[in-house]
Design a protein around this ligand. Structure first.
Ligand SMILES: [Fe+2]
Length: 412
């Protein structure tokens, strides 16, 4: 359902007014000018068109995981440390976690808007503040998975704001899963914040609701280089990491199989941080609605990315995304073994199929009262399958409209 249809439906059904959704910049891929004609990356084709069912075959992983790695002995220590560090908060009710997470998420959105605006100025000082925010976000993610649940939100007034904030939070969760040290994690966050800053110079293209032509798509790919060049304007960017940051931002749209841009690099040439941001960026884009297309349900987006493992994406970052979000990422609609219909609120760390859910409908499809169920605490209840928004509409139209509206963040 498109947002405009949703507005009509909402007017005849219930809750608060939704804002008009802006168009989104689609990072259309293209080769260097003198090489082959532009050809969109797989997930970007999914961006620009209505998503098609994922291909059925299971592909062998091409390469072993190659995210930033610690030395073997350090790795086991790191995983023990992570397990200790990332225990779920004892006894905190979800609503309390969500309230805390909302404060951090609102900060992320404010900072994203400020960063994108500042990147247009001749000079800015946003490195240190972004590092501080990355540190606060990582600290929150360690204790509070509800923050990951909020990345299912979209910002209707300004697409890039929500996309940047969501990518930032998602990739920091992946960085924690990878056991990155503080300094590397900070750089990962900073590069995620900066990765689409080059897009602001192409607003006349990405604000176009229709599909772009080949030459426009090729022009759009220049945003990667524009974003990397903009880092020279960040005066407080640590000179010791400046070259690395420029390389990471430039390489976010490169792909493991050489199908990316701007330089069609292959796996070993792409910085591990760029690979992680690339997949967080792709997941965020695929799982959020745009004015010219519906979103892909979160579980289908994850499935699609898993099936690309060894092709467009390296298997290492794919596994980090899966470990962070689970097989049923926040925002997924699911049917439980009890027959109830539910929405996933947040993952349970280490449990790929047992998230915290909100019950939406009774087995007879009548509205439920929004009871929360932590599937970790209910071993006899399981997720039977995920469903699409269309299936939810068939079950209960009002509930479906409410859920679709609930995807849009409102600043209070
Ligand atoms: Fe992006």
């Amino acid at each position: 359902m498109r947002f405009s249809e949703l507005k009509k439906l909402k007017e005849t059904s219930a809750p608060p007014p939704a804002r008009k959704s802006p168009p989104e910049p689609v990072p259309f891929p293209a080769p260097p000018a003198e090489q082959k004609p532009p050809e969109p990356l797989r997930e970007e084709r999914a961006e620009a068109r209505k998503p098609e069912p994922a291909p059925p075959e299971i592909r062998p992983a091409k390469a072993p995981p190659a995210p930033p790695q610690a030395a073997p002995r350090e790795q086991s220590r790191a995983s023990e440390r992570r397990a200790q560090e990332r225990k779920a908060p004892a006894g905190k009710p979800y609503r309390e976690l969500e309230t805390e997470a909302r404060e951090i998420y609102a900060r992320l959105l404010r900072h994203s808007a400020q960063y994108l605006k500042a990147s247009e100025e001749p000079y800015t000082e946003k490195y240190e503040t972004t590092l501080a925010l990355a540190s606060a976000t990582a600290a929150s993610l360690k204790e509070n998975p509800a923050l990951l649940g909020l990345t299912a939100y979209s910002t209707a007034d300004d697409y890039l704001r929500g996309h940047t904030a969501n990518t930032f939070a998602l990739v920091l969760a992946m960085g924690l899963e990878a056991g990155l040290e503080r300094q590397e994690l900070g750089l990962l966050g900073f590069c995620a914040m900066a990765h689409d800053a080059g897009m602001t110079g192409f607003s006349s293209l990405y604000n176009t609701p229709g599909r772009l032509g080949d030459s426009e798509m090729a022009e759009m790919t220049l945003h990667a280089e524009a974003g990397a060049a903009k880092l020279d304007r960040v005066l407080d960017l640590d000179y010791k990491v400046k070259d690395r940051a420029r390389r990471v931002v430039l390489q976010v749209h490169e792909r493991d199989d050489g199908s990316g841009y701007p330089d069609r690099l292959s796996s070993e040439e792409i910085d591990p941080l760029a690979q992680m941001i690339g997949i967080a960026d792709a997941y965020e884009a695929m799982s959020h609605p745009r004015p010219w297309r519906d979103e892909m349900p979160p579980h289908e987006a994850v499935k699609e990315l898993i099936e690309k493992e060894g092709r467009g994406f390296n298997s290492g970052p794919v596994k980090l995304l899966l470990a962070s979000l689970s097989m049923f990422p926040p925002g997924s609609l699911v049917v439980l073994s009890t027959g109830e219909t539910a929405r996933v609120l947040m993952p349970n760390r280490g449990l790929l199929t047992r998230p915290v859910v909100e019950i939406l409908l009774h087995p007879d499809h009548s509205p439920a009262e929004g009871r929360l169920t932590d599937l970790k605490e209910h071993p006899l209840v399981s997720v039977e399958r995920a469903i699409t928004p269309a299936e939810l509409r068939e079950r209960n139209q009002k509930c479906a409209a409410r859920m679709e509206l609930a995807r849009w963040w409102t600043d209070w």
